[in-house]
Design a protein around this ligand. Structure first.
Ligand code: PPE
Length: 303
């Protein structure tokens, strides 16, 4: 990982090496964190955060679900993100705001632990491998499902959820796949370990519904928006597993993964195993905004 100079912790910038927590922090034992992943791009008009407001809002939502009151306002958090980037002199970077339950009386009861906030930034390239935005990735359907509704709330981007993601990811890597696609409890397509998924057939763009144990992705939203702007029909709907095997195009979306084409699933070729034309058009329109800094939809926060 690319180390940076400073990490913001509870209102102060501390040296990267000093950004430590106590081993008895609640979060370490019980997974009680909420967090975000935001990208800052070096556009032709200067560095800009993509979807800063939406990410901070989701951090608040995730925290609310877990009855965590963040001891900073949204404005303070946004300012802190920007000052951390400046302190680390990044032109482009990945931003990781983290809220976690710290020390207190020991035991599951979270209300006795402190609420702590940290913001780290570092330079982070391609999420699923080099050149994959063009070549695509090989994925498998995971034998692990996403948690059933009313077990782990998938709308919360919370640390504990990522134990399930880790099982999906490790299983995929063990068999030399770049990523695993999890089904929901009913066997319908849900999402990757760290990405949402889109499936295209006959020019129609399909993606799972947010009630299907998926994270309501901010990139997912943007892609739905761009697709409709380009005139494509988009359906948020149930997708059976076999739809993956007969799709014309499949791609994954996420802040880290951006828009990554899938070239095979369970060794079934997707389309002609190349990035498809609709995937390319969506990628082009998404990346154009963060490359040029032309911001027709007001998605960027210049820093
Ligand atoms: N689903 C999951 C489970 C998920 O973790 C992400 C983001 C998404 C969908 C896409 O959401 P969005 O970024 O809002 O479009 N995964 C983060 C990386 C996880 C990791 O730390 O590894 C990310 O892309 O930042």
């Amino acid at each position: 990982m690319n180390k940076s100079a400073k990490i913001w912790m509870n209102g102060e910038l501390v040296d990267w090496n000093d950004a430590k927590i106590h081993v008895l922090s609640h979060a370490v034992h019980y997974g009680s964190t909420t967090f975000e992943g935001i990208r800052c791009y070096e556009t032709m008009k200067g560095s800009a955060l993509l979807f800063l407001d939406d990410h901070i809002r989701r951090l608040r939502d995730s925290s609310k679900i877990y009855r965590i009151e963040i001891p900073f306002s949204e404005k303070e958090l946004k300012d802190a993100v920007i000052s951390t980037i400046h302190a680390n002199s990044h032109k482009s970077c990945y931003v990781r705001p983290l809220v976690y339950r710290g020390l207190g009386a020991f035991g599951v009861n979270p209300h006795r632990a402190s609420i702590e906030v940290a913001i780290a930034t570092w330079e982070w390239g391609s999420y699923l491998g080099e050149d994959v935005l063009e070549t695509g990735v090989d994925v498998r359907v995971s034998s692990w499902y996403r948690p059933a509704p009313n077990t782990m709330p998938s709308w919360a981007k919370a640390g504990g959820n990522y134990l399930n993601s880790q099982l999906i990811k490790m299983e995929a890597l063990a068999d030399d796949y770049a990523e695993g696609i999890a089904l929901d409890i009913n066997g319908y397509v849900a999402e990757g370990s760290g990405e949402n998924i889109f499936v295209i057939r006959d020019g129609i763009v399909y993606t799972p519904m947010t009630a299907q144990s998926i994270l309501p992705g901010i990139t997912r939203n943007a892609v739905i928006y761009i697709a409709r702007e380009l005139g494509y029909q988009v359906q948020e709907t149930l997708i059976p597993r076999e739809a993956l095997y007969v799709a014309d195009e499949v791609f994954l979306t996420g802040t880290a993964a951006e828009i990554t084409p899938v070239r095979s699933i369970d060794k079934y070729p997707v389309g002609n195993e190349k990035r498809g034309p609709i995937t390319e058009a969506l990628q082009h329109n998404y990346l154009k905004i963060v490359k040029t800094g032309d911001d027709p939809y007001n998605w960027l926060t210049f820093i």
